[in-house]
Design a protein around this ligand. Structure first.
Ligand code: C2E
Ligand code: MG
Ligand code: MG
Ligand code: MG
Length: 280
């Protein structure tokens, strides 16, 4: 369908959409409508992916990922869900669900003597709510969790924008003062502005999976990754590699002195109960 076709029919500008556009818009509308129900009935889920600390060989932290399968529209991946939720404002409710669920999970593991920290992903839109920090601290408190058991992953885009938004900086700093740590996610794919790494209370960097997966392909890539690891360590960041899929990648990254590794080679994201079995 082209604009000319629409004109032939004397259609208005609004109908100058391809059938692909219509499909996308109606899926988006369906997602918005079903997401409201899913959030009300807490019909979302968190999966947890183990991260290995190479210093002691232990799994001390897991990263939580939101998962949503709707009975009517099926699986909606985070890559589709998050941008839509950011646009319509439902991201704040997703954030509350993630924080609540992660804190409850921390408390459940504590009662089972499972010593794990959780890292959650956060969008800058969540921090534009001036009560975000309060909400996080409150959830930690009511679940009787140590703030140090929670880490928040932000992207380079988040970091860049946060630097200019005082209220976000303030919230991050106050959370950090309470003991919550921050990691810079997808490191190396964004804006390569290093200044904010020192301005924001970030303690870890996570080298992006696309970069990690090219480690065995070119010698230059290997040197780049090694440089990124040494660079991070020299600034006292904990350096994590994400998306580790093979033994070869694992060994190279270990030899380069990466602090911790995460990826399908170690474990896929899984439910809390599967993770408990996996640990055992
Ligand atoms: P991310 O935080 O960088 O997460 C890494 C993504 O790679 C996750 O996809 C994870 O399931 C996947 N992954 C992990 N290990 C491997 C591996 O070895 N190989 C490959 N090919 N993939 C691997 P997922 O869960 O689809 O999430 C995609 C992105 O969506 C995340 O990127 C994060 O930015 C965002 N996201 C996920 N969950 C949440 C959430 O609860 N809140 C917010 N705000 N964003 C989230
Ligand atoms: Mg992440
Ligand atoms: Mg990442
Ligand atoms: Mg990512």
């Amino acid at each position: 369908a082209t604009i000319r076709k629409v004109k032939d029919r004397g259609g208005s500008a609004i109908s100058a959409l391809t059938s692909g556009d219509h499909e996308r818009l109606s899926r988006k509308a369906a997602i918005e409508k079903r997401l409201i129900c899913a959030l009300d009935s807490k019909n979302l889920q968190l999966l947890y992916q183990p991260q290995v600390n190479l210093v002691n060989g232990k799994v001390e932290r897991v990263e939580a990922f939101v998962r949503w399968t709707d009975p009517e529209i099926g699986v909606v991946t985070p890559d589709e869900l998050i941008p839509i939720a950011e646009e319509n404002g439902l991201i704040n409710k997703i954030g509350s669900f993630v924080v609540e669920t992660a804190c409850r999970q921390l408390s459940d593991w504590k009662s089972k003597n499972i010593d794990l920290h959780i890292s959650i992903n956060s969008s800058i839109h969540e921090f534009r709510d001036k009560d975000m920090a309060k909400m996080i601290l409150n959830q930690l408190k009511i679940n009787n969790c140590e703030p140090s058991s929670l880490m928040i992953e932000i992207t380079e885009k988040f970091a860049l924008e946060a630097e200019a938004e005082r209220s976000i900086m303030t919230q991050m700093k106050s959370l950090n003062q309470e003991g919550i740590s921050f990691a810079l996610d997808d490191f190396g794919t964004g804006y390569a502005s290093f200044r904010y790494m020192l301005m924001l209370p970030i303690s870890s960097i996570k080298i992006d999976q696309m970069i990690i997966q090219s480690i065995t392909k070119q010698e230059k890539m290997q040197k780049l990754i090694n440089g990124m690891i040494q660079f991070g360590k020299s600034l006292d960041f904990q350096v994590t590699a994400e998306g580790v899929e093979t033994n070869e990648q694992f060994e190279l990254l270990r030899a380069m002195g990466c602090d911790s590794l995460q990826g399908f080679f170690i474990g896929h994201p899984m439910t809390a109960s599967d993770l408990e079995k996996w640990l055992g």
